[in-house]
Structures are given as structure tokens and as C-alpha cells.
Design a protein around this ligand. Structure first.
Ligand code: ADP
Ligand code: MG
Length: 313
């Protein structure tokens, strides 16, 4: 079976960690153990989040701006794809060799097309980078026409749009690599958002694409049978965080869509995972999506853990 695996932030960096390369490698080692198990029997395409990493790259760029020019968000996104991809390649390769099943592992810098008329461009909501004073925020809002918000009493942060992903520009080459038995890491951090230019090229833009929604597109593009979303909770719950919370085991897209409409899955965390599962499963026959914890990946494939989203029960 061909599986697209979406690794959540905690596979890379856990809450409270500083973010050293050593910490990230240790975290990735645990994730790679799961991936190697899956790769024994399945073709894998891997994608991942980049929130903490791209935040740190932005900070490094901002702090050093008087010494060397700061890079825009799209370039920082590409840097994070390269950085995380490299670390994953190192650990996956090591784990594969240890398990006696070496594969080629390759990371692809991936651009994702978005619509310049996407409504999110009129309503930027995704905070990025560090916190600043009201004066700094006012300066950037006036001089650079940026949108900044006061973020929960912690200071001012720049916000960028989070447009819908439309197409992975590198989808053909990703598919070719998968077909030649490479383990491909692609569309990291939701991909680098680009818009079409009049002459036929593409222009990078300041936006952040949700990594789970991009994962659904990636899974579609490589014709996966399964979209496996690995995060830090056992699955999607009803009444999450209350004494009545209830883990969903197997649900149809219609059922989970009605739970989503009733507000069970928070926007920006479980919401987009559920939406990604619905989009992926409803776009092709016989497909399934699983949302589960990183360390339950193999058990979830056996039907013993996680939330499984299917077209029909
Ligand atoms: P990732 O880095 O894997 O994308 P997120 O933090 O974005 O992780 O999403 C996972 C989080 O979603 C969980 O840690 C949990 O706090 C939150 N969440 C919100 N609603 C639900 C729900 N209904 N069921 C399970 N988790 C939920
Ligand atoms: Mg998330």
C-alpha cells in the first residue's frame, strides 16, 4: 500500500524544548522507528510541519538584519524544508540501515500553488515570528503595509494569510521518485506558497499553508491509499478536553463532517486534520485516512488505535 504520512510538530520538537539540533535528532529517531516499521511493507511519502523551526529561522533573520539582509517568509519556509528534510534524511537513513532495509531518502523543496484571490488574503490570521512592542508593530503596518495583531496579551505579532493549497508544482517528480522506490520527504510545512505570474512563472508570497491540507493534496497527487496523520493525541475526540470526551474509532466522512460542523474539532489544530481526512477520502475510491499518535502508527494500521475515516463503513 502507498501511504502518505504527515508528521506533526511534536515528532520534531516537543513543547518546552529549546530546539537544539541534538534534541530534534533524538525526537526524529523515535519517529523514524515508526516510519521504518511502516516502510517494511508499504511505500511511504512523508510530509511534516515546520511551525517552531520556521519561527526560529525568522527570528535569526530578524536579529541579524543589521549584519546581513533578512530573507522573506517564502525563503525562510524553503530553509525550514531543507533543514528538517536533512535531519529526517539522516535519521531515516540510519534507521533503515540498522533495520537492514536501506532505501534512498530524498527531500524535495516543494512549492504549492495558491489563488491570489483566496479570501484569506483579505483576512490574514496566522501569527508568525516573535512578539514585538506596539511601536514596532505600528512601524511595519505603516511602512510595509503588513498586518499585525496583539496576541493574547503577550505582545504584537505579524499575521499572514493561510490560503487553500491548490496544487503541488513538483507533483510529477515526487511521483516519479516514489515509483522508483525512493522514500520521499515533500511539501514540508505545507509547502512554499506561490502564485502564478503573468509570464508563466511563479512568485513566492508571504503566507502559511496548513500542513495537513497540503498533506491531503500530496496524498492525492501520489495516489496513496492511506493518509496517515501522526500527532500528539490518540485520535479525534468528541467533547475533547471534557470529562465526556470520546475517541472516534471508525467514522464515515459524512459522520465526521457533521461532528466538525457541530464544532468538535478546534480550528488550527484538529480541525484541519479532520478536513484533510475528509478531502482525501472523498476524492478517490477505497481510500482511508487515519489520525493517531506518533507512537501508535503501526497499531493504527492494524485497526487497534486511532481515528479511521472511511467513505463507507
Ligand atoms: P500537529 O503538530 O500534530 O499538527 P496540533 O497541535 O496542530 O498538532 O493538533 C493536535 C492537537 O489538537 C492536540 O494536541 C489537541 O490539543 C488538539 N485538539 C483540538 N480539538 C481536538 C479534538 N476534538 N480531538 C483531539 N485533539 C484535539
Ligand atoms: Mg497542527
Amino acid at each position: 500500500m502507498r501511504i502518505t504520512v504527515a508528521l506533526g510538530g511534536n515528532a520534531l520538537l516537543k513543547a518546552g524544548q529549546e530546539g537544539t539540533v541534538g534534541e530534534q535528532l533524538v525526537n526524529l529517531r523515535l519517529a523514524c522507528r515508526q516510519l521504518v516499521e511502516l516502510a517494511r511493507e508499504h511505500d511511504l511519502v512523508i510530509t511534516h510541519g515546520n511551525g517552531p523551526q520556521v519561527g526560529k529561522i525568522l527570528l535569526q533573520n530578524e536579529m541579524a538584519a543589521d549584519q546581513t539582509p533578512a530573507m522573506p517568509l517564502d525563503v525562510c519556509g524553503a530553509m525550514s524544508q531543507g533543514q528538517i528534510g536533512y535531519l529526517l534524511q539522516q535519521e531515516l537513513h540510519r534507521a533503515m540501515v540498522a533495520a537492514g532495509s536501506p532505501h534512498e531518502v530524498v527531500t524535495l523543496i516543494t512549492r504549492v500553488l495558491v489563488d491570489p484571490d483566496d479570501p484569506s488574503f483579505q483576512n490574514p490570521t496566522k501569527p508568525i515570528g516573535s512578539f514585538y512592542s506596539a511601536e514596532v508593530a505600528a512601524h511595519y503596518m505603516k511602512e510595509k503595509n503588513e498586518t499585525w495583531i496583539e496576541d493574547s496579551g503577550r505582545g504584537w505579532r505579524k499575521v499572514v494569510p493561510s490560503p487553500q493549497p491548490q496544487r503541488l508544482l513538483e507533483e510529477k517528480v515526487i511521483k516519479q521518485l516514489v515509483q522508483s522506490s525512493c522514500l520521499v520527504i515533500a511539501s514540508g510545512g505545507g509547502g512554499i506558497p506561490v502564485v502564478e505570474e503573468p509570464g508563466g512563472g511563479y512568485q513566492g508570497i508571504e503566507a502559511v499553508i496548513d500542513k495537513d491540507l497540503a498533506a491531503a493534496l500530496l496524498a492525492d497527487a501520489v495516489e496513496s491509499q492511506l493518509l496517515l496523520i501522526l500527532t500528539d493525541v490518540p485520535g479525534a475526540y468528541l467533547h475533547y478536553g471534557t470529562p465526556n470526551q470520546q475517541l472516534l474509532a471508525e467514522v464515515t466522512i459524512e459522520e465526521i463532517a457533521s461532528y466538525a460542523a457541530a464544532g468538535h474539532f478546534a480550528a488550527g489544530s484538529m480541525g484541519p486534520k479532520v478536513e484533510a481526512a475528509i478531502r482525501f477520502v472523498s476524492r478517490g475510491k477505497g481510500r482511508c485516512a487515519i489520525i493517531t499518535a506518533l507512537d501508535s502508527a503501526t497499531r493504527a494500521l492494524q485497526g487497534k488505535a486511532g481515528t479511521r475515516v472511511v467513505a463507507v463503513l
